[in-house]
Ligand binder design. Structure first.
Ligand code: SF4
Ligand code: SF4
Length: 180
């Protein structure tokens, strides 16, 4: 037992304590003001979202922790986290949240904010460029497969020109090319 006046030793912890001066108190309101953020404050940190997430075991920051960090205002760390981009958008977390927190949609909002601030991982930019240049992310059937099957090289009637044109004129198109 600690005697009166004796200095109490701090317990060992596995994570760094939060530096309160670095919190952005407006972050919670910023997310709440978006169409998906209304129920954010209802989160009671039950971590059901993390239990439901098929890939949370490989995330350093788990879904329920991201939600808690948003509520606390740890803005920079959330928006620069790789986890918001790793989300599969399977909606398992959102479906199961007992408090109606739109977890997946909130991660979408975070990605949009991160993008606005130029914090897009290089791999995502590369995917975006590929999509805009080719109009599709996956080749319907590879050339060598078509050749093996005695098919003509291109899929008849498949044109991605319209998709490329539309995507190229969107904000996504400008962002992946380094514009605004
Ligand atoms: S399931 Fe919902 S209430 Fe529970 S921690 Fe996740 S967001 Fe919060
Ligand atoms: S939507 Fe994202 S965070 Fe939610 S369960 Fe699926 S992968 Fe996990």
């Amino acid at each position: 037992m600690t005697e009166i006046g004796e200095k109490k030793e701090l317990p060992d912890v596995f994570i760094d304590p939060i530096d309160m001066s670095e919190l952005d108190r407006g972050f919670r309101k910023e997310i709440q003001s978006m169409p998906n953020g209304e129920e954010l404050s209802a989160c009671f940190a039950c971590s059901t979202c993390t239990s439901a997430c098929p890939i949370a075991n490989i995330w350093e920051i788990k879904p329920h922790q991201l939600i808690r960090m948003i509520i606390l205002g740890i803005r920079e760390k959330v928006l620069s986290s790789k986890e918001i981009w790793l989300c599969l958008t399977c909606f398992e977390c959102q479906e199961r949240c007992p408090q109606g927190v739109r977890v997946t949609d909130i991660f979408f909002d975070c990605k949009n904010l991160a993008t606005e601030e130029g914090m897009i991982p290089a791999s995502i930019v590369a995917l975006g460029k590929e999509l805009i240049e080719k109009g599709q992310l996956y080749t319907v059937t590879a050339d060598w497969e078509r050749e093996d099957l005695d098919l003509e090289p291109d899929v008849p009637g498949l044109s991605t020109d319209a998709v490329k044109r539309v995507l190229g004129s969107t904000r996504t198109g400008r962002l992946v090319k380094g514009g605004r």
